[in-house]
Design a protein around this ligand. Structure first.
Ligand SMILES: O=C(O)CCC(=O)C(=O)O
Ligand SMILES: [Fe+2]
Length: 330
């Protein structure tokens, strides 16, 4: 039976800033530079490729392998070989297995909950891993509680109340109406510096817990928001434009007065599916409670939204406050 073998390093793709979230069993901190993938094709052929650990091809191959019922549209893989000197093309349903070296393990889960069913919140206290789920299309996040000291938290609340007049209405980059309603404070130097230092100190753990390949820490952006009665932020991602493309992680630190005087305002983080080589939103999701003095981290590419807030008093002091922003790769 004919066996073809070719060892190539396909050009790195840039269609979307994907990470393979398949896990490497023993070395989550130091992924290998190259993964040898042997594609087992029906008919007895195999082809070996050398790909980088975050090459979206890995995910696409697992997607095809996991499509037991053949629900996805039949598609053609076209993979440049030998620095683009040749092209390997085969219909996706010819892929019947993958050999990976080093071993990659993808733990699959049953289809996650529909919109009306609540996914158990995974805000497992740090430093416990949130989940061992390694399905690359399932979103992961971590939520760390008691992020600031009680004194810092109290000073921050005093600070926002003293600076109420400096908050302005939010806009979105597309300027779309009715997409987002909240207020924002762009300059709050003391607390921006404090949160940036804290984020730097937990950064290695956050990367490890999220199970994503390490990246060199670049700029950390910060803004301070307030959401009051009827405010919301519809579904979006945080790195979909050229000037935001280097955002890897989104963080949201939540704080409010006690007793809590608003309801709603949950952060909904959607799982992903791949359509035409792009990540798009799936119907399944995680719901994250805006827990006072907690911080949430997740990949900026995930689609997410802030559900409407109910704050009967409409008092600014009763708002759902955040310091949120983005960790860029250098
Ligand atoms: O307030 C939140 O929970 C998330 C805010 C957000 O998604 C953003 O500012 O991009
Ligand atoms: Fe966002």
């Amino acid at each position: 039976m004919a066996r073809s073998r070719s060892k190539v390093k396909p050009a790195r793709r840039s269609a979307f800033p994907a990470h393979s979230e398949a896990s490497l069993p023993d070395s989550p901190h130091t992924p290998p530079e190259v993964i040898q993938l042997t594609l087992l094709l029906s008919g007895g052929q195999d082809v070996t490729l050398a790909v980088e650990p975050d090459d979206p091809l890995i995910q696409q191959f697992y997607e095809v392998l996991l499509d037991w019922e053949g629900k996805r549209t039949r598609r053609l893989f076209q993979i440049p070989l030998d620095q683009g000197q040749a092209m390997l093309a085969f219909p996706c349903d010819r892929l019947i297995g993958l050999v990976t070296d080093p071993p990659l393990i993808v733990q699959t889960t049953e289809t996650t909950s529909p919109r009306s069913v609540r996914v158990p919140t995974a805000h497992a206290a740090f430093p416990n891993p949130v989940s061992t789920d390694r399905d690359p299309l399932r979103s992961r996040y971590i939520q760390l509680e008691n992020f600031f000291t009680p004194d810092e938290h109290r000073h921050l609340l005093e600070y926002v109340l003293a600076h109420q007049a400096d908050f302005v209405s939010t806009t979105t980059s597309t300027g779309a109406d009715n997409y987002r309603k909240s207020v924002v404070l762009y300059s709050f130097p003391e607390f921006a510096e404090l949160i940036q230092q804290r984020i730097q100190s937990v950064f290695p753990d956050v990367i490890a817990k999220l199970g994503i390949p390490p990246f060199s820490l670049g700029q950390i952006e910060s803004q301070l928001t307030g959401h009051n009665d009827g405010n919301f932020y519809k579904i979006h991602n945080d790195n979909g434009s050229p000037d935001t493309a280097t955002r890897e992680l989104t963080y949201v630190y939540y704080f409010h007065q006690e007793p809590k005087a608003f309801s709603g305002g949950e952060l909904v983080i959607y799982d992903s599916q791949i359509r035409n080589n792009y990540y798009v939103k799936a119907d399944t999701y995680h719901t994250v409670e805006p827990i006072n003095n907690s911080i949430v981290f997740f990949l900026s590419r995930y689609m997410h939204e802030v559900l409407p807030i109910q704050c009967p008093s409409r008092d600014f002091a009763d708002s759902r406050f955040t310091i949120n922003g983005w960790v860029r790769r250098a």
